[in-house]
Design a protein around this ligand. Sequence first.
Ligand code: SF4
Length: 105
Amino acid sequence: MSTVERVSRRHILQTLTLGMPVLAAAARESARAADAPLLNPEDRDAKAVKYVEDATKAQRAVPDSTCANCAVYQGKAGAPAGPCQIFPGKLVKAAGWCSSWAPQI
Ligand code: SF4
């Protein structure tokens, strides 16, 4: 085995070893987020931004704007709900909407 091969293998192993805790933490955070409770539209904070679970029922919503296409939505594509940066620890419906909606850039 040449020095180049050993260095290369060492580098790969070090990279994998250092990257594992980061990947594990990301997986744990993702699992925690998926287990979070849904935001209740009757919550004071939800009412403050006029959150609704169905954007078609929001009077001031820009047409076709939903949580799923909001700049601060963190849910996976196609998921029925996901985390929102303004409601930490809660999930919002992908079809929902609130007055803080902002377009994705
Ligand atoms: Fe939905 Fe965006 Fe409002 Fe969060 S900020 S509840 S993702 S519209």
